[in-house]
Design a protein around this ligand. Structure first.
Ligand code: PAN
Ligand code: ZN
Length: 193
């Protein structure tokens, strides 16, 4: 834990925090059930358990008033037509918001409420996104070459509920269209709340 107050830097080009105390790697195998094209998923996984995204966290005590921050890096790639993405989650303390700032790359934040309202916002360098309280969120990298790198900050006591999204999915998917453009489509397997 750093001394207080503390600072860190996000040095170019990697943008990996100069100090961090949490590091998470999420590979294809940890996203089972999330991509629409299950045949493409199994085929890809059989070849290699590819690294999909990485998270660097600057932890703080999980109490009211503290803020946890860090860097999320989603790598380029697709499963079938669907771009690489994070698992996505609600916060366990549902009414906790989150701020994201995109530092590099191209992509989207897919969001939805427990009642099934959906919203998809585009991300690019300099975009600051406010994820309101109660909105589940998932980031998606749509660049073919570049990582999607975002800085995030949220209440340290928020916690993560992954189970709800694992069961119901998100209402919107971010896919590559036949002509190579990016399209947002309805998820036919969405278990709408
Ligand atoms: C972020 C996310 C990070 C990875 O720190 O945790 O982007 O996504 P998943 O947690 O969905 O795997 C955040 O939103 N924290 O609350
Ligand atoms: Zn979050």
């Amino acid at each position: 834990m750093p001394d207080l107050p503390f600072q860190f830097t996000l040095p170019f080009p990697g943008l990996i925090p100069s100090k961090y105390d949490g590091y998470i790697q999420r590979k294809l195998s940890s996203l089972r059930g999330q991509f629409l094209d299950t045949a493409a998923y199994e085929q890809m996984l059989a070849v290699e358990d590819t690294l999909v995204y990485e998270v660097y966290e600057i932890h703080r005590p999980e109490v009211v008033g503290e803020i946890l921050s860090g860097i999320s890096i989603v790598h380029p790639g697709r499963v079938g037509q669907e771009f690489f993405m994070t698992k996505g989650h609600f916060h366990t303390v549902l009414e906790t918001a989150e701020i994201y700032m995109c530092l590099k790359g191209e992509g989207f934040m897919v969001m939805e409420t427990p009642e099934g309202e959906t919203c998809v916002e585009s991300l690019g360098p300099g975009v600051v996104l406010y994820v309101p309280p109660s909105w589940a969120h998932r980031s998606v990298c749509t660049s073919r070459q570049q990582d999607l790198v975002t800085f995030f900050a949220y209440p340290a006591d928020a916690g993560h509920d992954y189970g709800t999204i694992e069961r119901q999915g998100f209402g919107k998917l971010v896919c590559e269209a036949a002509n190579g453009s990016v399209e947002i489509v309805d998820n036919p397997r969405w278990n709408k709340p």
